[in-house]
Design a protein around this ligand. Structure first.
Ligand SMILES: C[S@@+](CC[C@H](N)C(=O)[O-])C[C@H]1O[C@@H](n2cnc3c(N)ncnc32)[C@H](O)[C@@H]1O
Length: 912
């Protein structure tokens, strides 16, 4: 924080660092007085151990908790050890002060009997020992010992030793002494080498793969201050530092609080994750047009630093940096699995072998680079807000709102953003200058214009002439997020029409003209940044001559290509932001999954079906699971437009449907595989046909139920689709809150139309038998219980021999229920985990790979889970994991989908 230097040194009374639970003053003559921006450190964790390597007195700026040995200068009470011996000797020479002696408790000096008598300890009573007997002011036994006025015990006493042991054990068991909360990301590092300067600290953090927002080392002190961008970054740092010591000395992280007078004057942490993705809601801290507060103006962060913090490195260095970070995180898996392994079970082999590969749980095979390094993002979410100068701006936030940073700056010089996206952002920004409606103010949650998203789709691969990412963009979807609360409908419609005209004209007048496929308005009335999936969408159709209504509806989607398949993408569906790198990612996952025509592949968190569909030709059948209904409709449409017939997609939360789907397709986890095989007979086709009792009956009843007594007909999936769309299509209640918007009706109508259009296309004939059965099955999968009731094994499902799951969850990772279902189903032998957040991958992997014991613990509710690290929580959960064969981590590879940022995808193979 450069600006610190400009500030005058604080008065001596500000030159303090407070460590939690123990206010310890720095010496006033400290060689490095705390500057005005100094953090007041409140440490709960710094305590134990730090006092072991105390510097010479003149260097000891900080006393840490546990160092409570400070004595009043005028105290007549010596400490234990030599001082005590000396004092005792003096006492025995007749210099007894007035404080010792016997007498009743009421007359006791407050320090009397609060230290052990070293003479008595060494020699007992008698001529060479303590001659004072009961009158001795020091305690002769632990029983006689009294607590000191501050509640502590003589540190040499058994009692104190026991307490220390207990607290050390508590610390070991509960590493969460640091607050893990996104409101307390300011931390101090204790135990750093004194000689280090800030740059050395930064290098150290980088070497260890610790991401952070800001770091500062106090010269000549053992303390540094680090502000993390996210709780994940903090948790990683805690884990890594526990393992990696500097100069043989452990570095501890402790909570630190900014001095109150500093709070409004320090820069907020800026996360690395590229504001490009989601630093959406932005508001000016001041009235429109008023410059930002001094704190923000003082910020020297550029939007490039905020969005692409690695852009200053060469691409090779970026890759190296990411690979190292991933390696550090992977080591956590080994450590935690070892820690969580029950006492009555030996550590797994891979844990033993990890020593040969530097603590890694398996080989890290490197990092796949992105085929495109600049302008690769096919989706940019620009915030609408005010710049530092108070200008209405469309771009990226410079920092976090919670830290008081609300400034938005234009996306200049952010190498991950395409020129096309910048041009559209600039058009929208120009429009805002003249709009009569205000930009969103996050301070009071008011305003109209909130966010502007540019989504790009590329030409089919055969049409690509040049390898410049920009020239491949063939379709563009613009999503304008507004908040219609309290806004006059006529005015709003007028403004949106004007905006549409501006964007269409702007695109046409660019040289060369910019593609523009569709403009959609999203009406988000909530406070949070992220709009709900069912937030009303209003198409502002791009006017085109001779465009039929049906085509216009279709324009609310764009298309992109992966592995020569065409993907239709609706406004809210997830699609990897770096399409070409995603292609590599999916291919790698497919290669590791060891697929063949006997494989039934579960594509968990499948989005628009990208993974399952691109791998469908390598497997017997794919079952995709996804909670976003638009994405599921996209996935089904994508299967259709690419002629893929062996995929089906289930709409539901994986945690609600996974267990039942596995039981449906693979049989119950408890059921012995051998039994199930012996229960199956080989049918006339040579395929095994399920003869598990009850299935036929259930099949009959299902047929009955479905057909209502009529002969089987292709189903309109919109009529019994388990999601809300189907409810709407059935004339059910529409809770999208869009009835006040003409366009809301229009879009909902469009959705209905799409659904029935798809329904007429997706029928039993267009899919092969297995997938059609799956579709039938899906219709029953509204919730877990309904799935269980529908105990129909899809025709042909029993023919598969190889059951593989490829999971690609969101940042939080897989829900524990999904992990448990996958782990406890013995027929899932292979699992490929694709992760955009190695931290949550590690947590999930701990649960997948830690051996379990026959004597499993009951779930105790995990008190304190809110403050636990994800790894700590995962360890706790392994204790109640049903006894089951653990997976073994086999190989891992990082895949760089996000050049210039610190983010990285990972693929990891687990087998058993
Ligand atoms: C990282 S994306 C992966 C999507 C897809 N595999 C792809 O590569 O395009 C994660 C997906 O998981 C979905 N999702 C999030 N939570 C889920 C849950 N609990 N159950 C099922 N799907 C979920 C999201 O909607 C999103 O589409």
């Amino acid at each position: 924080m450069e600006e610190d230097k400009a500030q005058p040194p604080p008065p001596p009374q500000q030159q303090e660092i407070e460590l939690a639970g123990d206010k310890c003053k720095r010496k006033k003559d400290s060689p490095e007085p705390a500057t005005g921006d100094e953090l007041e450190a409140a440490s709960t964790a710094a305590a134990a151990g730090q006092d072991k390597a105390q510097p010479p007195p003149q260097q000891q700026e900080i006393e840490l908790p546990g160092d409570k040995r400070k004595r009043e200068e005028d105290s007549s009470e010596p400490a234990t050890g030599d001082e005590l011996a000396a004092a005792s000797a003096a006492a025995s020479a007749g210099e007894e002060g007035g404080s010792g002696g016997g007498g009743g408790a009421s007359q006791l000096h407050p320090m009397s009997k609060t230290s052990l008598c070293s003479y008595f300890r060494r020699h007992g009573a008698g001529p060479d020992g303590c001659r004072h007997g009961e009158a001795c002011r020091y305690a002769h036994t632990d029983e006689e010992l009294r607590p000191r006025p501050d509640g502590t015990w003589d540190p040499t006493s058994d009692r104190a030793k026991k307490l220390r042991k207990v607290s050390a054990e508590a610390e070991e068991a509960d590493e969460e002494m640091v607050t893990f909360d996104d409101k307390s990301l300011d931390k101090c590092l204790v135990g750093l080498p004194r000689a280090w300067v800030t740059d050395r600290l930064k290098t150290f953090l980088q070497e260890q793969g610790i991401s952070y927002a800001t770091a500062k080392k106090k010269k000549g002190m053992t303390v540094g201050f680090v502000t993390f961008g996210t709780v994940e970054e903090l948790k990683n740092a805690v884990e890594v530092l526990k393992e990696n010591q500097s100069g043989g000395k452990e570095i501890k992280i402790a909570d630190a609080n900014r001095r109150s007078h500093q709070k409004s004057h320090t820069e907020g942490p800026v996360t690395d994750n590229g504001a490009a993705t989601g630093n959406s809601s932005v508001a000016p801290a001041t009235a429109e047009g008023t410059p930002m507060p001094e704190a923000e103006a003082a910020s020297k962060k550029t939007v490039r630093d905020a969005v692409t913090p690695l852009a200053h490195m060469t691409y090779n260095d970026q890759l190296e940096h990411k690979k190292n970070s991933v390696a550090q995180l992977l080591k956590k898996l080994t450590r935690n699995a070892k820690k969580a392994c029950p006492a009555d079970v030996p550590n797994p082999d891979w844990v033993f072998k990890s020593k040969q590969i530097g603590g890694l749980p398996c080989k890290l095979e490197g990092i796949l680079e992105s085929p495109v390094i600049d302008g690769y993002r096919n989706k940019c979410e620009f915030s609408a807000g005010h710049s530092l100068e108070g200008k209405k701006t469309v771009g990226f936030m410079l920092g976090n709102f919670r830290e008081g940073v609300t400034a938005v700056e234009e996306p200049v010089d952010c190498p991950n953003v395409s020129g096309l996206a910048c041009k559209y952002a600039s058009m929208f920004q120009d429009f805002l200058q003249l709009s009569s409606l205000p930009v969103w103010n996050r301070m009071d949650n008011s305003g109209f214009w909130r966010q502007f998203t540019v989504r790009e789709g590329r030409s089919p691969p055969q049409a690509v002439v040049a390898h410049d990412a920009e020239t491949q963009i063939a379709e563009v979807m613009l999503i304008v997020q507004v908040c219609s609360t309290g806004v006059d409908e006529v005015l709003m419609k007028d403004e949106l029409d004007k905006l549409s005209t501006t964007l269409v004209r702007g695109a046409a007048t660019c040289l060369p003209p910019l593609p523009l496929t569709t403009i959609v308005v999203q009406d988000h009335k909530g406070i949070s940044n992220v709009a709900a999936a069912d937030c009303p969408l209003i198409p502002l159709l791009v006017p085109k001559v001779d465009q039929s209504e049906e085509e216009a509806v279709d324009k609310t989607r764009i298309h992109d290509y992966i592995s020569n398949l065409r993907f239709s993408i609706s406004p809210t569906a997830f699609f990897q932001v770096n399409t070409l790198a995603a292609e590599r990612l999916y291919t790698l996952a497919g290669d590791w999954a060891n697929l063949n025509s006997d494989t039934l592949l579960f594509d968990v968190c499948c989005g628009t079906g990208t993974i399952g569909l691109t791998l469908a030709h390598r497997v017997g059948m794919v079952v995709g699971i996804e909670m976003n209904e638009s994405a599921v409709l996209d996935a089904r449409r994508n299967a259709l437009i690419n002629g893929v017939k062996n995929c089906c997609f289930v709409c539901g939360k994986a945690e609600d449907v996974m267990g039942s789907l596995l039981t449906e397709y693979l049989g119950s986890p408890q059921q012995d595989i051998a039994d199930s095989e012996s229960n199956s007979e080989v049918g006339p086709t040579g395929k095994k046909e399920d003869t598990v009792s009850g299935n036929e009956e259930n099949l009959d009843s299902l047929t009955e139920k479905n057909d209502n007594g009529e002969s089987p007909q292709p189903k309109d999936i919109s009529t019994d689709h388990p999601t809300r769309v189907s409810d709407e299509a059935n004339g059910g209640s529409d809770n999208r809150g869009s009835e006040n918007l003409e366009g809301g009706h229009e879009y909902n109508e469009a959705i209905r139309k799409q659904n029935s259009e798809e329904a007429s296309l997706i029928n039993a004939e267009s899919l092969d038998t297995k997938a059609a059965d799956c579709l039938e099955h899906t219709k029953k999968s509204k919730d877990d219980s309904s799935i269980s009731k529908t105990s129909v094994l899809p025709t042909g499902a029993s023919q598969f021999k190889n059951f593989v799951a490829i999971v690609d969850p969101p940042r939080v990772g897989l829900h524990p229920t999904v992990i448990k279902a996958l782990r406890t189903h013995p027929r899932i032998r292979r699992l490929v985990y694709i992760s955009c957040n190695p931290e949550s991958l590690v947590a999930n992997a701990i649960e997948l790979c830690t051996p379990t014991s026959e004597n499993r613990e009951k779930n105790k509710g995990h008190r304190g889970w809110r403050t636990m690290s994800s790894a700590g929580l995962a360890r706790q959960r392994t204790k109640s994991m049903p006894n089951s064969e653990p997976f073994i981590p086999k190989r891992a590879m990082a895949v760089d989908l996000f050049p210039h940022t610190s983010h990285c995808e990972m693929v990891m193979l687990f087998e058993r």
